[in-house]
Unconditional design. Structure first.
Length: 255
């Protein structure tokens, strides 16, 4: 079946994501943001040719004006969350990875999650997610929406170069405890983390590097697991026993 035939005339593209199929259809003024939105979803594997909907849950997203740009992204995210909320632990977090570790940054809005991801990617880390983290029984899965940093008047969008298919199973959680009072100092700390942790091979070496940095506090595992469980967006809809088991080998730190 050619799904393009189901639409009125206009531009369209398709995005497949773990058994879900999204059809973006552009008409009227919405065609003006076609290319911008297509680039936004680059790392999801945008397709514009004939595609089969067999064994997929299908979502249609219409873009009829330029202001529908962010609405389309929000609907895309909401549809995935609602589809995954019984099988994945979902966190409001950013995540990058090195060859051996996945590094997760958790904190309230404005605490520096997106900034941390951007700085780590600038230092050579691979990108996993900017604000929505999916942790499943098989580990973390990439959700590579571009990094969006807000300034006073504009939204700056950054599209990292590399996204791994399978992020490392060794996970380090950084809890950002407060909104940075001095953003320059915060950025310097994240850059130091990137420089010192990029090539660590195991948890022993990681702990040694963290101790050398001095400004990172190690959180006891039981407390880290407790803090993380409280951070799960959909905690009431999933079985927490497998999540606790998944976190038993993780490392928990605070900046």
């Amino acid at each position: 079946m050619n799904l393009r035939d189901n639409f009125s005339r206009g531009k369209s593209f398709f995005v497949e994501y773990y058994g879900l199929l999204f059809i973006f259809n552009f008409s009227g003024k919405g065609e003006e943001v076609f290319e911008k939105l297509r680039v936004f979803f680059k790392h999801f594997g945008v397709k514009q040719n004939r595609i089969s909907a067999r064994n997929k849950k299908v979502f249609a997203i219409s873009v009829k004006s330029r202001t529908d740009f962010w609405k389309a992204i929000e609907k895309f995210t909401d549809c995935i969350i609602s589809s995954f909320e019984e099988d994945f632990a979902i966190f409001h977090a950013s995540c990058v990875c090195s060859r051996n570790f996945s590094f997760v940054f958790l904190g309230k809005s404005g605490y520096g999650k997106s900034t941390s991801a951007k700085l780590m990617c600038d230092a050579g880390f691979d990108f996993i997610t900017e604000d929505t983290l999916f942790l499943g029984r098989c580990g973390i899965i990439p959700f590579p929406k571009p990094i969006v940093l807000k300034s006073k008047r504009t939204w700056n969008i950054f599209l990292p170069e590399r996204v791994p298919k399978r992020p490392p199973k060794n996970i380090v959680f950084f809890f950002l405890k407060r909104k940075p009072e001095n953003y320059l100092d915060f950025k310097m700390k994240i850059k130091s983390i990137a420089e010192n942790l990029k090539d660590v091979k195991n948890f022993e070496e990681l702990e040694s590097k963290v101790n050398e940095l001095g400004f990172i506090r190690k959180i006891p595992k039981y407390k880290g697991v407790e803090m993380l469980l409280r951070s799960i967006y959909n905690a009431k809809k999933i079985e927490l026993s497998w999540v606790i088991n998944k976190l038993s080998s993780a490392c928990f730190l605070e900046i």
